[in-house]
Design a protein around this ligand. Structure first.
Ligand code: BEZ
Length: 211
């Protein structure tokens, strides 16, 4: 069954390029990104894994670990890693699950049979410290993802959790944000003592907290 936002991310134990992963233990008390790619030794996937390696520090700044997956065995991942470093200039620096038995792919509904009945699509799950699924994205095999967008969503989610603000269309770091509708004006006054720009009673813009 498909996972929905707010569901608990299923736990699993699976082999990886960094040894056996017990997923919930591996997540610890931080955030996590679990993403699948269709197949090792393929061009788009090669560029994606190089990019995620390049961005690992950005994920770490957000207290977020990253872990990849395909239904290839760990031995293939290990053989492919050299190509990723050679062609993308970044050494693979996060675990790749070897999900040859499709245990995790099935748990997370990463195989979409009408697209391809054996390979995983490009799924992304962002998981919060309570192990709840907070973002689900699915891309086709032929389209490489923009992982800066995943970072942007994590920033937005963390702002919501910490400061009770939502982020508007095309928001980027430093732009004004929106006081969540569930917060009354009386409650908002405590959190935003400098006030806000009330464009409509339901559209209350405020400077990004912490900026
Ligand atoms: C790729 O990563 O380039 C790819 C993988 C599977 C199907 C199509 C493209």
């Amino acid at each position: 069954m498909a996972l929905h936002l707010g569901d608990t991310a299923p736990d699993f134990t699976q082999d990886s390029t960094e040894g056996t992963i017990h997923f919930h233990d591996w997540l610890g008390d931080g955030w996590g990104v679990l993403f699948s790619h269709p197949k090792d030794f393929t061009p788009v996937c090669t560029t994606e894994l190089g990019e995620v390696s390049r961005l690992k520090g950005e994920f770490a700044k957000r207290n977020c670990k990253v872990i990849g997956l395909s239904v290839d065995p760990v031995s293939d991942h290990e053989a492919w890693a050299g190509d990723i470093e050679e062609t993308q200039g970044h050494k693979l620096n996060f675990p790749l699950l070897g999900d040859a038995d499709r245990k995790v792919a099935n748990l997370y509904d990463m195989i979409h049979p009408n697209a391809n009945d054996t390979l995983t699509v490009r799924s992304v799950f962002v998981i919060d410290p309570n192990r709840k699924v907070r973002l689900v994205i699915t891309y086709p095999a032929s389209t490489g993802r923009d992982f800066r967008e995943i970072l942007r969503v994590i920033d937005s989610l963390q702002l919501t959790d910490t400061h009770k603000v939502a982020t508007p269309v095309n928001w980027k770091q430093g732009d004004d944000v929106i006081i969540v509708p569930s917060l009354s004006n009386d409650e908002a006054k405590k959190l935003f003592p400098n006030g806000w720009d009330e464009k409509k009673p339901y559209l209350r813009m405020v400077k990004q907290p912490g900026k």
